[in-house]
Ligand binder design. Structure first.
Ligand code: GAP
Length: 491
């Protein structure tokens, strides 16, 4: 039997197929052949994502007395994006291959090529390439970048040629109009990050919730980016969800808070059940337009270590720019030092969809038992019980002899506390297998003994072990196992 806890390297194909087949993630508007880089969450996906977001929200707000929540609108005044720098600087360098007619991000082409060289042991050369690319991008030397692609023989993966067009900067924000008549319409953007809703509300929240620096504002919500190359399933989408927290601090204290939040956020990912060896920090070489220091937390996806969350030291860049453009003071009076200042900010910014994808990759297990003709494979999703979409399945062994009636009663008693499934057709083995595939941690079987002594069996998803317990004990037992306190204890 394969070791349950060992990291099993399944390809992305199995995981994407499983996600679709078992109600986690579907391509958007699939009946029309889908919409690139947009996905819908099915019944179990929606539950898993909701549990993940609830956990983040509670960890931020319940565990930190000085962090409060916000739910700002997606549409914001267009000047917001001028102040934030997104209109001028939120660009990706885009290039087309004239032979294959395929479009790429020039920086991703270079990074992929460098990763290949690293894998072949040419680490120094790989680093040189990335540094040179960053130098060209910082200087906005797009002609130089095209020449660099050709000189370094960085080829199109489809045509295999270096027949590149000019490199152009492409702004990632989606725009639309507000106003009912075309002449009155104003351009408005779909927010590319949730953070700006927090910045523009800084004073509202500080005053109305009577917050004292240091304090944080947390928000979960949709963000939109017109990604040039959308790939790897829900890793890079055009519509996605962010879980962001801006922590407002006294200028000069940014290094200590940056380290603090790096540590807290890394612990959080480990507490979800992600093995430490599959997580790493990656310092940014090329900083976003707003950042003075930035690090990614990366997870080892089947396609390599990739960013799931960013921790950014944003100085007073955003509040300062909003103050200049809006002409409204963004200052805080600090009674401890008797001074007014524009606070500095350390941000934690996680993608809900990327964390969801990480949970799927981490949880997907295939276990083989038996030998020769008798080999059997069991597939299951090993989610932390607090995150699992369905907590328990109530399964009468047979559909007669009064067992369904007992099952229904158990279901009715527990349904206010847990998300449950009731099923009384098909063999019990098939029903267990079905629950494994969606990651249900507990299957509760009602059998003939139940009628005699009011006990049931609980079958555990990961070990497949069964234990006999009293019906009256079920609620406490499941509550303890699925409590988010189990995750919080690790933080
Ligand atoms: N407010 C800072 C900010 O938005 P970011 O590094 O651009 O920083 C933060 O994004 C997180 O949002 C990323 O770590 C990732 O998890 C998620 N994210 C960004 N772009 C995404 C996309 N196109 N699809 C899915 N998730 C994305």
């Amino acid at each position: 039997m394969a070791n349950n806890d060992s990291q099993q390297d399944f390809g992305i194909k199995e995981i994407v197929a499983h996600a679709k087949e078992y109600g986690f993630v579907y391509p958007s508007s699939e009946i029309y052949d889908g919409l690139q880089a947009v996905y819908d969450y099915g019944p179990y996906g929606a539950e898993l994502k909701k549990n993940l977001k609830d956990l983040w929200w509670q960890a931020m707000i319940k565990l930190n007395e000085n962090v409060v929540g916000l739910d700002a609108a997606i549409f914001m005044h267009p000047l917001t994006w001028k102040a934030s720098g997104h209109i001028d600087s939120f660009n990706d360098p885009m290039v087309d291959n004239k032979d294959s007619k395929k479009r790429y991000r020039a920086d991703v082409l270079v990074e992929d090529h460098a990763a290949l060289l690293s894998a072949q042991g040419q680490t120094e050369k790989a680093q040189q390439l990335v540094s040179e690319m960053n130098r060209l991008l910082d200087a906005n030397d797009l002609t130089g970048l095209r020449q660099f692609l050709m000189d370094e023989k960085i080829v199109c993966p489809v045509s295999g040629t270096t027949n590149w067009t000019d490199v152009r900067q492409f702004n990632l924000m989606f725009s639309t109009q507000v106003g009912s008549v075309a002449e009155d319409a104003n351009v408005i953007y779909l927010r590319p990050e949730t953070a700006q809703g927090i910045f523009v509300n800084f004073l509202n929240v500080q005053k109305t919730a009577r917050m004292k620096i240091p304090f944080g504002i947390a928000q979960i919500g949709k963000a939109f980016r017109n990604e040039i190359v959308a790939r790897q399933f829900i890793f890079r989408m055009r519509e996605f969800e962010q879980m962001e927290m801006q922590f407002f601090i006294r200028p000069g204290e940014e290094s200590q808070w940056y380290e603090y939040w790096k540590d807290v956020r890394m612990k959080w990912h480990k507490a979800l059940g992600i093995p430490a060896e599959n997580l790493q920090f990656h310092d940014h070489e090329k900083l976003a337009h707003y950042a003075a220091a930035a690090v990614d937390i990366e997870y080892k996806f089947p396609f390599g270590f990739k960013e799931i969350e960013g921790i950014h030291s944003r100085t007073d860049f955003d509040l300062g720019n909003h103050q200049s453009l809006s002409k409204k003071k963004m200052q805080y009076f600090d009674p401890q030092i008797n001074q007014n200042y524009v606070p500095y900010v350390v941000e934690t910014s996680a993608g809900a969809d990327r964390l969801f994808f990480m949970l799927l990759c981490n949880g997907y297990k295939e276990e083989t038992t038996g030998e020769g003709d008798d080999v059997k494979t069991r597939t299951y999703l090993k989610f932390h019980p607090a995150l699992a979409p369905v907590k328990a399945a109530i399964l009468p062994l047979v559909k007669k002899d009064g067992l369904p009636e007992i099952g229904r009663k158990v279901f009715e008693d527990l349904k206010y506390d847990f998300n449950l499934i009731y099923e009384d057709s098909q063999s019990i083995g098939k029903r267990y297998a079905r629950q494994d595939l969606i990651g249900t941690p507990f299957c509760i079987a009602i059998d003939h003994q139940t009628k005699e002594d009011e006990t049931v069996t609980i079958r555990h998803r990961d070990s497949m072990e069964q234990e006999r317990v009293k019906i009256a004990e079920l609620k406490d037992k499941i509550s303890q196992a699925v409590s988010i306190k189990n995750i919080f204890k690790e933080l």
